[in-house]
Ligand binder design. Structure first.
Ligand code: NAP
Length: 259
């Protein structure tokens, strides 16, 4: 092993896969052990490594589980012939997996200073729902926001993962909270209640209609996560409604590109 490889391995701990759940032939989740020293804020991502043909290959994954959980959960797509995900897809219980010791990322609610918390819009495509699942498992979020909307866009019904878990999270965390709405969007299913892409739903007002709430520069915190083109197009649609990017704490929109 070269000097560089030894140096970079020092940044990692070796963890163990505890469970694997398959949602479809190209979507799966897994949990793994969490070292006590690994701290993160809901919305952040971890860097996970696998040994592929003697090389450490590392990718970023948003944490699905709550910062209070004893284990770490991640949600992944299998990219056809992907150097990393095709190996990750072979995980079984007991597999060793590398975890970088620090977490990264700024898609966290603490970034918002102005406007003050009122309405939280979490807009995801595909596996981009992951950081929002972590955020929703924090009582502070339910306390701070009067309304919370989780819009989750997938191509087909079978790709709509975590629906039961979202219901479970709501049951556990939303006690006394009247303002949560889950808004599934299935873009390639003409029978779905919503089947337009997020930017279109914003431009037509359909997203606001289904939420029964207006997007507004005064009251909205909007987080976008998933397909980079969705992030770009949705950002523009939101700017068309008068919302601004959150910079140095001020503004409405915070984003994370997923690949
Ligand atoms: P996706 O193509 O990102 O579609 C998921 C949802 O996003 C669908 O509802 C889709 O609508 C919508 N969408 C796509 N482009 C949009 C846009 N410009 N504006 C608004 N909504 C948009 O599907 P995915 O399964 O999550 O990912 C697809 C491919 O992306 C994968 O097969 C993989 O190759 C790549 N990917 C790579 C990585 C990586 O780490 N390298 C990670 C994730 C995904 P439509 O049905 O209308 O398209």
């Amino acid at each position: 092993m070269s000097y560089i490889e030894i140096m970079s391995l020092e940044k990692f701990t070796i963890e163990t896969v505890l469970s694997v759940k398959r949602w479809s032939d190209h979507l799966f989740s897994f949990t793994m052990t969490r070292p006590q020293a690994f701290k993160f804020t809901a919305g952040q991502f971890a860097r996970i490594g696998l040994c592929v043909e003697g090389e450490l290959v590392v990718r970023a994954y948003s944490v699905v589980s709550s910062p209070y959980d004893e284990t770490l959960e991640f949600f992944s797509i299998v990219v056809p012939n992907g150097a990393f995900t095709s190996h990750l897809n072979e995980l079984t219980v007991g597999t060793d997996i590398y975890l970088e010791k620090v977490a990264y990322g700024f898609l966290t609610l603490a970034r918002y200073q102005s406007p003050e918390p009122h309405d939280l819009w979490l807009l995801a495509t595909g596996t981009g729902v992951a950081p929002f699942l972590s955020m929703l498992q924090d009582f502070e979020v339910w306390k701070n926001y009067q309304s919370i909307y989780l819009a989750y866009s997938v191509r087909t019904r079978e790709e709509l993962a975590y629906v039961d878990q979202i219901q479970h999270i709501v049951d556990v965390f939303s006690e006394g909270h009247q303002g949560f709405k889950f808004i599934p969007i299935i873009t390639r299913d003409s029978s779905a209640v919503l089947n337009q892409r997020l930017p279109t739903l914003i431009e037509t007002g359909d997203l606001e209609n289904i939420a029964a709430r207006q997007l507004s520069a005064e009251t909205s915190h909007v987080m976008l996560c998933g397909n980079p083109q969705m992030v770009e197009d949705t950002k523009n649609a939101l700017k068309g409604k008068g919302l601004t990017m959150n910079r140095r704490g001020v503004g409405n929109i915070a984003v994370e590109n997923y690949w």
